[in-house]
Structures are given as C-alpha cells and as structure tokens.
Design a binder for this molecule. Structure first.
Ligand SMILES: NC(=O)c1ccc[n+]([C@@H]2O[C@H](COP(=O)([O-])OP(=O)(O)OC[C@H]3O[C@@H](n4cnc5c(N)ncnc54)[C@H](O)[C@@H]3O)[C@@H](O)[C@H]2O)c1
Length: 254
C-alpha cells in the first residue's frame, strides 16, 4: 500500500496499546506523522518502537479519556513537543474489557455507565479538548471509531452497540458544527477484527463465521484498517465530513 504523506502532521491517537491502536501508531509514524499516543495502559514501549522506526516520531502519555486534566495534558503535549495539532484519532474504547457476552437484561446500570462514559463521553471530551489547537492551525481532521455492530446488532453487547451508534451520531453532529472551522469529522467502522481483544470475548466459531460471511471471505486484521484511517487523517479526504467508512471486507452494505 502507498500511504499518504503525513510528514509535518501532528496527530493525537488515543488507545495505542491494543492490537489495533498499536497498528495505527506504527502506520502513522511510518507515514511521517508526529504522534502523541495516549492510553490508560502503559504504551511507552509501543511509542518508543514506532518512533525509532520513523520517519515520524511518537511520544506516549498516560491518559484517561474521561479525565479532562489528562486529556488537556495530551493536547498540551502535542503543542509543546510538536508545535501544534492537526488531527485526532479517537480509537480508545471499552472493547476487550467488555468481558463475556450477556443478554441485555443481565447488563447492569453500572455496565452501561462505564461503556457510555468511555466510548461516547470520552470521545467527546477528547474532541472538545483538541478544538483550540486544531483551530489554531486553521482546521484539522478528526477520526472517530465506530463498529459494524451498529448495523449487525451483534447480540450480547447491547451497551457497546448503543455506544458505537452514539459515536456515529456524535461524528455527524461534530461534522456539522465544526466544518466552518475547517475541521472534518468522520468515523471508521471496523468489522470484527481477529485480534487479541476479539479472541478474549468471542469464541473461535463466532470469529470464523464472521470471516466466512464477508464478500472478501477471510479474517480481518488490524492492518486492514490502516488505509482508511490514514486517508481520513490526510488532506486527501479534505472534503469528506460526517461520514462513517465501513471497513469489513464487504460484510455489511450501507
Ligand atoms: N477488534 C474489533 O473487532 C473491533 C471491531 C470494531 C471496532 N473496534 C474498535 O476499535 C478500537 C480498538 O479496538 P481493539 O480491538 O484494539 O480493543 P482493545 O480493547 O484492545 O483496545 C482499546 C484501547 O483503548 C484503551 N482504553 C480503554 N479505556 C480507556 C480510557 N478510559 N482512556 C484511555 N484509553 C482507554 C485501552 O487501554 C486499549 O488501548 C476500539 O474503539 C474498538 O471499539 C474493534
């Protein structure tokens, strides 16, 4: 794949330690971006490796996306270290931490609060914190992460499905409000990725069925998402906003 040239772009990436986030981090630095990699878990090793491979660079900051002071600190780090901010990739979410699947009547109010607080409110908190820095550059790009479960309904995770549908709605609302500032807001909607998190919460048969049901009938890997995410971060998608780009090997059609 020929990646877009992201040299000179500064990107804030949340959720850099899971298989997908670590893949985005490597792809962004490989395309030349300078990345602030933010995560609740320790991602210093991933950032060091991505920065060492270059040609872009990376710095890790510990950040809970639901904590305004952490989020403000991540944006400040981008400005102090790299001189500004051009794009945000809102990848952090409660996914692997969902645990085993449960019928919706067995979910608790606390389960709902946790998933919606992180996946929806946290995504909004990062957008809000990034706005002054994006506006200072004359505009920018925001990429949120939804999921095809908003189309399939995926039984067993009603709170997660609802949270990702809310991310799609937030994407459209933010696109409508921020377009005048030159900020484009889109979402990427991955199909079931055969990664560590998916294996932790789904059985082998479920993962195999998802692969077989696709127009392109194979397992999906984190690398399959890279082209869409880099495109949405880059100037090549400058006139695209409010869209949800489904990347799932032709599993669902929108
Ligand atoms: N794996 C899939 O099949 C799949 C499919 C569709 C969408 N997605 C989405 O892709 C993204 C990455 O998925 P993944 O498979 O790597 O999942 P994952 O659970 O392994 O990764 C989630 C990441 O978010 C971080 N995180 C969680 N809560 C946080 C918080 N409060 N503050 C900061 N960071 C926090 C985690 O530490 C981790 O790095 C998620 O948004 C997920 O919902 C995944």
């Amino acid at each position: 794949m020929t990646a877009p040239d992201l040299r000179g772009k500064v990107v804030l990436l949340t959720g850099c330690t899971g298989d997908i986030g670590a893949t985005y981090l490597r792809a962004l630095t490989a395309a030349g971006a300078d990345v602030v990699a933010a995560d609740l878990a320790d991602g210093a090793e991933q950032a060091e490796k991505a920065g060492a491979d270059g040609p872009g660079s990376a710095v890790f900051t510990r950040c809970d996306i639901t904590d305004d002071s952490d989020v403000d600190g991540a944006v400040r780090l981008a400005v102090d270290r790299f001189g500004g901010l051009d794009a945000v990739v809102n990848n952090a979410a409660v996914y692997k931490a969902l645990g085993h699947k449960r019928p919706l009547e067995e979910l608790t109010a606390a389960d709902w609060d946790t998933v919606l607080r992180v996946n929806v409110r946290g995504t909004w908190q990062v957008i809000r914190a990034a706005l002054p820095a994006l506006r200072a550059r004359g505009g920018g790009r925001i990429v949120n992460v939804a999921s095809v479960v908003t189309r399939t309904g995926a039984a067993g995770f009603a709170h997660y499905v609802a949270s990702k549908a809310a991310v799609e709605g937030l994407t459209r609302a933010a696109a409508r409000e921020l377009g005048r500032d030159g900020i484009g807001v889109n979402a990427v909607s991955p199909g079931l990725v055969d990664d560590e998190a998916t294996r932790a919460i789904n059985d082998d048969g479920y993962v195999a069925n998802a692969a077989a049901s696709r127009s392109l009938p194979r397992a999906m890997r984190p690398d399959d998402l890279v082209g869409a995410v880099l495109w949405l971060v880059s100037d090549a998608s400058a006139f695209v906003s409010g869209q949800t780009v489904v990347v799932d090997g032709g599993g669902v059609f929108v």
